[in-house]
Write a protein that binds this ligand. Sequence first.
Ligand SMILES: C[S@@+](CC[C@H](N)C(=O)[O-])C[C@H]1O[C@@H](n2cnc3c(N)ncnc32)[C@H](O)[C@@H]1O
Length: 175
Amino acid sequence: MIDLHFVWQFFRHPTQVGTFTQSSKTLAKKMAEQIDGSLEVVELGAGTGAVTTEILKRLPQNGRLTCFEINPKFCRDLERINDPRLKVINDDAGNCERYVDNLDCIVSGLPLVWFTESKQQEILAITSKSKRYIQLQYTPLLGKKMRNYFSQVKLKFVPQNLPPAFIYVCKNSAR
Ligand SMILES: C[S@@+](CC[C@H](N)C(=O)[O-])C[C@H]1O[C@@H](n2cnc3c(N)ncnc32)[C@H](O)[C@@H]1O
């Protein structure tokens, strides 16, 4: 279902929000499944919480999810989720290491293709410190760049989303 609040924020900040509607249930579930039992999860660009709620369904009771979201209006939606395992931080994802020291598992909805080259490099340099990095995008063309940062990059296509989406599942075996 299209969330008009999300659409409005897209019209106000198109390159920051990156798409006109939040992730579909199917896409959010497929993203969240990739956390694969992780206890500490960091989510970058959590939006209104479509993926966040699916991660929480799969996160162990003693797990922790820290979300970074730059848009304060979206942060209010995230805070309404009201789960003791969830911490919402209204800051740029590029600053996440100021708040968390465990980056084992990162789930990201950041619209990387709209970022400048230097911002993309900043984010990928941070995420490449993780064991497992799950990135949502609407293009398969970032694979080559991702392979400069990760030893394993797998691409999953999810047609049940508007627009159809790709999930990059990246791992660094050395970590
Ligand atoms: C494509 S939306 C994804 C939202 C949500 N994860 C979903 O799947 O429905 C991208 C989100 O990243 C946020 N964002 C963009 N740049 C950011 C940054 N530098 N730091 C944190 N969040 C950012 C936007 O505000 C937006 O909520």
